[in-house]
Design a protein around this ligand. Structure first.
Ligand SMILES: Cc1cc2nc3c(=O)[nH]c(=O)nc-3n(C[C@H](O)[C@H](O)[C@H](O)COP(=O)(O)O)c2cc1C
Length: 182
């Protein structure tokens, strides 16, 4: 396997999780919605584990959670505008089920952050005024989604030749690489 670009991808992802100013701190998560319609949204990269599992926080009533229960394959996109680097990752998404872990994360969050998961009505509900949002005092809607990658495509625009490498996870849980025509 070509380690060079894999290592760069991993380092950039880890920086993205740690540093709110890093372009990989935010990424686009695509799910498959009702009637197989693609749905995209921006999310915050909270954690990258050693095996490159990506973690986000979300409201368990949100559409993305409903989508992955029906169809757990997702695609995510990261873009670094200064380095002209794009990472496209295919993965399997699942929700964290360990209540102790969820409680620990919840307890570590400050009040403004918690507010994102406290709306009385579920996210996406129509309201007539912006002031019409009510908040609850409960952690019950807070949830954590993990995305376990099985394919990573690295693309760096560069002269004279762009670099495009695809990494695929084999049945033996090893990453294999191929260079692709950019
Ligand atoms: C900068 C930015 C960061 C966001 N981060 C998150 C996030 O980490 N988790 C999340 O659930 N939604 C986040 N959102 C909101 C989502 O983009 C989306 O609107 C919301 O989660 C509802 O998506 P859904 O109905 O498709 O599930 C963020 C939006 C913006 C603009």
């Amino acid at each position: 396997m070509n380690e060079q670009y894999f290592d760069i991808a991993r380092t950039e992802l880890q920086e993205g999780a740690k540093d709110a100013g890093h372009p990989f701190h935010f990424f686009t998560l695509a799910t498959t919605g009702i009637n197989q319609v693609p749905r995209l949204r921006t999310v915050v990269l909270r954690k990258v584990s050693k095996d490159l599992t990506l973690t986000i926080f979300t409201d368990k009533r949100s559409r993305k959670v409903t989508h992955i229960k029906e169809h757990n394959k997702v695609c995510v996109l990261f873009y670094h505008p200064e380095k002209l680097l794009q990472l496209k990752i295919d993965g399997v998404a699942y929700m964290e089920s360990d209540q102790k872990k969820l409680q620990k994360i919840w307890d570590s969050m400050d009040a403004p952050k918690k507010k994102d998961y406290l709306t009385a009505k579920e996210p996406g509900t129509k309201i007539s005024h912006l002031e019409q949002i009510e908040y609850l005092d409960t952690s019950q809607h807070f949830s954590v989604m993990h995305i376990e990658p099985y394919k990573i495509e690295y693309l760096k625009l560069k002269r004279p030749n762009h670099i495009r490498v695809q990494y695929s996870l084999t049945d033996g849980n090893k990453w294999e690489s191929s260079f692709l025509v950019p």
